[in-house]
Design a protein around this ligand. Structure first.
Ligand code: PLP
Length: 396
């Protein structure tokens, strides 16, 4: 056998998100793109803000020594200093450029964190509903992702989490604003989580780290910002990405911030920095680092996502679907209509495919009985999908 065994596993797995996306491509070829309502994938359609292009042009035109050269694996120090300023402001901790590692999106920030914290066989826990690509990132390090059952309001079930934590638990991941539910975990729930992790780290004689996956930090529909996880628990790592805030997922740029008081902080920072080599990319793309350094804090027009959210919410509510109104990100996670084969999300999403509507079954986020609608698409697509949502609802 020429190919590694893990590749067979990888090829036979495949995420439900990708499966729906591929199904969408086939439908579009058959019926024409305008006749298919693809609400399956979180690939934002908004253009990056004008500041992004202005910064890119400026930097490309400037003469900067070593503009395209290799650099410290952690990234350009002047860019990391800018990001440290932002993290200081948002998290109210004394972090410097030395606590920031530039990464290839959130995916690589998470992967680097796992690289440092997870031994083969270690468990990493995540509350449902969850973005289960964490499993892919973890599998490289021999770690096992386990799902903490979710509550109907999508808050973290601390009792269930406590029961699952033992001495093999390396870390807990949270993702807020959440993909797929759009939930923002409140400050109190983060504080309770921090206390629990502190108590259980002592009990099991092993530091349990908190990894906060925050690619949707700026995409929120309320005034109060996402609560600072660094205030809740010092043994935390934030994984951030510009994929969604600047609408540039293909450019692959983000960062990780390690809390200055995290246990083994120096080793973690050095480990995450060195591990970029193990991951095979050495450092995050130089040009993108310089651009985000210029415009960090800038984001796409979130009001456009709010309008789409409201259009979808009004339409689905009127039909009779049940859902929590998303507080952030650009996904809605309604319940499968009552009486639809119990709560068979796979069958319901297949029914929607008959209406040429592509969504993702909740099973793809470890929460069957729900389905995810991605609304980072043109309003016409949302509007056009509503009659199909109605027919599917009425035939349950
Ligand atoms: C919750 C969550 N985490 C991580 C990622 C990966 O982000 P990136 O493209 O920056 O690697 C995504 C992408 O959709 C996501 O939704």
């Amino acid at each position: 056998m020429a190919v590694a065994r893990r590749i067979d596993q990888l090829l036979s797995g495949g995420s439900l998100i990708r499966r729906m996306f591929n199904q969408g491509q086939q439908l579009k070829e058959r019926y024409g793109a305008d006749n298919v309502f693809d609400l399956s994938i979180g690939n934002p359609d908004l253009s990056p803000p004008p500041e992004f292009y202005r910064a890119a042009e400026k930097i490309l035109g400037e003469s900067i020594p070593g503009k395209h050269a290799y650099m410290n694996n952690a990234g350009l120090v002047e860019v990391r200093e800018k990001i440290a300023q932002r993290v200081r402001r948002e998290q109210d901790v004394d972090i410097s450029a030395g606590g920031i590692i530039m990464t290839v999106g959130a995916g690589s920030a998470l992967s680097l964190a796992f690289h440092c914290l997870v031994n083969p066989g270690d468990r990493v826990l995540v509350p449902a509903p969850a973005f289960v690509a964490y499993r892919n990132y973890l599998s490289v390090h021999g770690g096992v992702l386990e799902i903490v059952p979710g509550l109907p309001d999508f808050s973290i079930d601390l009792n269930a989490l406590e029961e699952m934590i033992d001495e093999t638990t390396a870390a807990v991941i949270i993702n807020s604003p959440n993909n797929p539910s759009g939930t923002i975990y409140p400050e109190k729930s983060l504080a309770d989580l921090g206390q629990l992790l502190e108590r259980l780290s002592r009990l099991h004689g092993r530091r349990i780290y908190l990894i906060s996956d925050e690619p949707y930090r700026e995409i929120i529909y309320r005034k109060e910002p996402v609560p600072p996880v660094f205030q809740a628990y010092p043994h935390s790592i934030i994984c951030y990405s510009y994929s969604k805030s600047l609408s540039i997922p293909g450019e692959r740029i983000g960062w990780a911030a390690v809390h200055p008081l995290a246990e083994d902080r120096d080793k973690i920072v050095a480990g995450m920095t060195g591990a970029t080599l193990n991951m095979g990319y050495t450092n995050a793309p130089a040009l993108m680092q310089r651009i985000v350094g210029e415009i960090d804090g800038c984001a796409v027009d979130v009001e456009r996502y709010r309008r789409r959210r409201d259009l979808l919410a009004d339409g689905l509510r009127e039909i009779g679907y049940e859902f929590e109104l998303p507080q952030g990100a650009f996904y809605m996670f309604p319940k499968v209509p009552r009486g639809y084969g119990g709560d068979d999300d796979m069958a319901f999403c297949e029914r929607l495919v008959e209406e040429k509507i592509l969504t993702v079954p909740g099973s793809g986020f470890a929460m069957p009985g729900y389905f995810r609608i991605s609304y980072c698409v043109d309003e016409r697509i949302i509007q056009g999908s509503l009659p199909g949502f109605r027919r599917a609802f009425e035939t349950t």
